[in-house]
Design a protein around this ligand. Structure first.
Ligand SMILES: Nc1ncnc2c1ncn2[C@@H]1O[C@H](COP(=O)(O)OP(=O)(O)OP(=O)(O)O)[C@@H](O)[C@H]1O
Length: 253
């Protein structure tokens, strides 16, 4: 595969939280404009790996990383400014976490931080981002209402809009539907599929159904190791490793 198709990559990546080794020799390449799902039992290191990609682990005391971690072939450690890095690699968390501000201000916040002051330009970014996150029709008449007045599913789509507003390449999603009901979940899943036309998405999920519905590639992790990685259909229909098969058939979890 041409390197240009790989947007993010790790090479023999180890990570420790103090004495505890949470990632063991993980090598993975994330394909541009595709959805990659990370699955595996609780505590296997899915979120840890996801957080490596936008250096969220930098903030964790005692966390140490060895091995390669690259964004478009540039080592992540060479990128001096994590604010700039996170403009390119945005993140959506498990629980929707809008700021206690208006819907408009939530989306305009990032572009403002990155220097956009023109109000017409901000209006355009807010409208486009809300359209891309499939929220515009529901909120266009109440942009100045508090974001906290939205439902959980709407708040999560607002958080996605907030990420899109700064023009990222990659969107990291850490169990984005785990706090949502089935209808809100299916809206987010539809959105993920649509977003992958333009963005690269990496999603951590506990739901194998969700991984098989939304992703092109799946990585199965177990106790800090990436046991198997490949096209989602292959992982779910013809896993190569017995451990993967045992997990996806529900023999342990
Ligand atoms: N900030 C931290 N400090 C110390 N240990 C941590 C920290 N974050 C995670 N860990 C440990 O690292 C291991 C991997 O955790 P991680 O959250 O990445 O797993 P996960 O697969 O995402 O789990 P879950 O599915 O339950 O969210 C676990 O043993 C966890 O306890």
């Amino acid at each position: 595969m041409a390197t240009s198709e790989i947007v993010l990559r790790t090479e023999d990546l180890d990570l420790w939280y103090g004495e505890k080794k949470a990632l063991k020799g993980v090598t993975i390449g994330i394909t541009r404009n595709r959805v990659t799902a990370l699955i595996g039992p609780s505590g296997c290191g899915k979120s840890t790996l996801l957080r490596c990609f936008n250096r969220m682990n930098d903030l964790v005391p005692g966390c140490r990383i060895e091995g390669g971690l690259f964004f478009n072939d540039t080592p992540l450690s060479d990128i001096p400014d994590v604010v700039q890095l996170r403009k390119h690699i945005g993140m959506v968390f498990q629980r929707p976490n809008p700021f206690p501000k208006s819907i408009y201000e939530n989306v305009a916040y990032g572009p403002r931080i990155h220097g956009e002051r023109n109000s017409a330009a901000l209006d355009t970014i807010v409208e486009q981002s809300l359209k891309q996150s499939a929220l515009w029709e529901e909120v266009k008449d109440r942009l100045h209402d508090s974001a906290l007045s939205l439902s959980g599913g709407q708040q999560q789509r607002l958080c996605i809009a907030r990420t899109l507003a700064v023009g990222p390449d990659v969107i990291l999603m850490d169990e984005p539907c785990s706090a949502l009901d089935p209808i809100a979940t299916s809206k987010i899943e539809e959105l993920i599929t649509k977003l992958s036309e333009q963005y690269t998405v990496i999603i951590v999920t506990h739901s194998m159904q969700q991984a098989s519905r939304v992703s092109d590639y799946t990585g199965f992790m177990y106790i800090g190791e990436l046991v198997e990685f490949g096209e989602t259909t292959q992982i779910f229909e013809r896993p190569e490793k017995e451990l993967t098969e045992n997990y996806i058939t529900g023999r342990f979890g």
